[in-house]
Design a protein around this ligand. Structure first.
Ligand SMILES: [Zn+2]
Length: 283
């Protein structure tokens, strides 16, 4: 089937009490690993590309690859822009065929975040594309953007209510103590905050920076209302660890013999996350 809007996938997850992975595609092998895993697990899946990934792959290549994957796949696939930094970037993605975009106005003052989110929603919803926004600042490093620990701020539940009242956003990324990239220590998630937010708002909530979060904490976050979980770092680590292993043999030179096993290793990791999130057999 063709690419589906992310809201189709997340509305079901919201009703069903499970989460769907927002899995980052950084190259062809990563996309293949995600799709193969989703098909084997009969899971809906959100393939996402950051602005950095789009620069690396090229916009036309990225969309063509994901569209082909969506058409061939036996499960629903959404193509989502991860952390769109401004209105222009989101529109470029919509114009090129993304079925969903994130507008990350979290670094802006509250009212400006609402304004830019509404601007994107007006254009996106007109053509059936869903929109994720972010409220509160998630720490760590995503592509070339770093939020220092002291600058990371948790999402205020009352602001979340106001944000959703003033926008028609399809999903909201919240900051409850996770961080992008590799964790320095163990993350401490603010579950009370998540519970409060989930009691006050009924749209799907998104957890970013989930790679280093213990499985028990992920399960608890889903129980308390998280419906989309972004994973990137854990997949990159699985991919690269396998490459290192294969490259220990100095006679290996065929890229397919290096990237192929790396792709398989990533696929195993994707399957693990799909089962943890509970989206298996939900396609
Ligand atoms: Zn993120």
């Amino acid at each position: 089937m063709s690419l589906v809007p992310m809201s189709d996938i997340l509305e079901k997850a919201n009703k069903g009490g499970y989460a769907v992975g927002g899995f980052n595609m950084n190259n062809l092998e990563a996309l293949q690993a995600i799709i193969e895993a989703a098909e084997e697990e009969n899971s809906p899946v959100i393939v996402q590309a950051s602005e950095g990934a789009i620069r690396y792959i090229d916009m036309e290549y990225a969309v063509a690859m994901a569209k082909a994957a969506g058409e061939k796949a036996s499960v629903p696939v959404a193509l989502h822009l991860d952390h769109g930094s401004n209105f222009e970037k989101t529109i470029q993605c919509i114009r090129n065929g993304f079925s969903s975009v994130m507008i990350d106005g979290s670094k802006l003052p509250f009212e400006e975040n609402i304004d830019v989110t509404n601007k994107v929603i007006e254009a996106a919803h007109a053509v059936g594309v869903s929109v994720e926004a972010e409220l509160g600042k998630i720490g760590g490093t995503e592509d070339d953007h770093t939020v220092e620990d002291k600058a990371a701020t948790m999402t205020d539940p009352d602001e979340a209510v106001e944000f959703i009242e003033k926008t028609d956003v399809d999903a909201l990324a919240i900051a409850i103590g996770t961080a992008h990239g590799v964790y320095k220590g163990d993350p401490e998630l603010d579950f009370d905050r998540l519970k409060t937010i989930n009691e006050k708002v009924d749209i799907p909530l998104v957890l970013h920076g989930a790679s280093g979060v213990p499985n028990d904490d992920i399960a608890k976050a889903i129980e308390l209302g998280i419906n989309k979980i972004n994973v990137n770092t854990a997949f990159q680590q699985a991919f690269t660890a396998k490459m290192r292993e294969v490259l220990e043999d100095p006679d290996v030179y065929d890229p397919r013999k290096i990237c192929g096993p790396a792709r398989d290793a990533m696929k195993e990791k994707v399957i693990e996350k799909i089962r943890l999130f509970g989206s298996n057999d939900k396609a």
